[in-house]
Design a protein around this ligand. Sequence first.
Ligand code: ATP
Length: 580
Amino acid sequence: MSGRKLPVADGPTTRRHTAALLRRHSRPLIGITVLHTIAALAGLVGPLLVGRLVDQIVAGASLAVVDQAALIFVTAIVLQSVLVRFAQRKARVYGETMFAELREDFVDAVTALPLSTVESAGTGDLVGRTTNDVDRVQFAVRFGVPRVLVAIITIVATLVAAFIIAPQVTVVMVLTAPIVVIVSRWYLARATPGYQRESAAYAALNGTITESVEGARTIDALALEQTRRDRLRADLREAFEAERYTLRLRTVLTPGLDTPFMLAPIILLLWGAFLISHGWTTVGDVTAIVLYMRMIIGPIWELVFWLDEIQVAMTSLGRLFGVRLVEPDRTTSGVEPTDEVVRTEAVRYAYREGHDVLHGIDLDLRPGERLAVVGPSGAGKSTLGRMIAGIHPPTGGAATVGGVPLVDLPLEDLRGHVALVTQEHHVFVGTLADNLRLADVTASDEALLGALDAVAARTWVDSLPDGIETEVGSGGYQLSPAQAQQVALARLVLLDPHTLILDEATSLLDPRAARELETSLGAVLTGRTVVAIAHRLHTAHDADRVAVVDGGRISEIGPHAELVSAGGDYAALWHSWQSE
Ligand code: ATP
């Protein structure tokens, strides 16, 4: 593992991608804004009516005025509720649509990642991005974006209404605005790192506790109790410090915002009384403005909460967009192979720069031959297999089919030429047919059954409750490792490549089952070039040629009998295997 991390998009790149996403979805935004604005305006009717009522009653109006005001009030509330219902629905659909696009783009980017990048970055980072980061973004996009929108519209509409109704009263609010802005900015600048530190501290603490519980016997046996206790204490201290820090932020934020919110009505009432005494405004206007000011407290709190969440989500978005920044490891040249001959010329490969594990391998595969690759563990057999399968571009030299470097072919074409089967077989959640159609989406049911036949899997498939339509994978019918391997091989039959690389493909089966599968595979393998990377030497014995890989080089190559009589490495390997 070279440990190269997946990239993280920087602030400007993340903002650019986010802005593009918002622009692509700007149409529904207009509808939502219009609906919420009308709803907010309907919500402003109440305080306005109360204000007017106060003035009319002071002027000695009759009870009929109150009835009329009550009727309008109720109508406005009903209208607001209906509008909010539709606006909320639209906003949730909007958030959902945007999140769906984000998720699809992310899945596209992840599935397009070069395998070498995934391997060198480790799957942990990618899993973290697909789970934690997607969750955080989901929360902010689904709920946050619509709520922020509503909060901003409500605040702006209320302030504008207040200024229109009685600017001379509202202007005094300017005094409290700076406190709200300063406190919010102070908090938002510290909240994200603060809460991130807190989650990291709890993750570490959980890790330590889980490890200690799971490894209790080892800890006991090696007398590591004190070390574990010290570690736990350090983790607890960090969690405590992190909690204390965020608590301090909240102890500044809460009074920091509550003070201007509480001061506002006092200032308004004092200022209003002064204006009323000079006849510059009415009791009703002051009442309306005080009620408006109380109405924006909720949205301001909500705005601060969501801006904080959105800041955290932006960090996660940077990690999601970062996956798109990985350069592809191959560029399609468009040149077509002239024949089906696979060849490697002076192929070198290094997982880590400067540490070659293949040192210039020349190999001509003869069409239709069966080549067994044998050698000690770590010699580079699997790496050579991956070069021949075009999984990684070689660091030096070239692996070609029909004169075209394998990595210059589009992936779909490449798999029609050369395919690799390893011992890791993943069963995807879905039907057995879905699992097989990964190789060829257009394959008919007959073709699927034919492929299963070829790998001797029909007996057990036919006994499944729904045959090839049976749900398999997690939550469905559990395939045994041997069955999963047969499914992988059946996929290969569907791909129909002229060259196959079997990297210990039958090693999970017990020797008898392996031989049976290999025998049934025989029919499928006929006419194809097969490179079998093998531990069991009987595979080598049955092959047309054997290549011995040692220290990243082919030390011997030739037919079994020839190598045995030459008395070299292979002969020694063969004799020792036979005497086992
Ligand atoms: P085995 O029979 O044990 O599977 P092998 O002959 O197939 O061994 P390779 O798996 O090709 O050997 O490994 C060749 C060398 O490359 C080894 O030293 C191994 O440690 C290293 N190597 C293999 N895969 C990676 C990887 N993903 N990252 C870094 N080094 C690797």
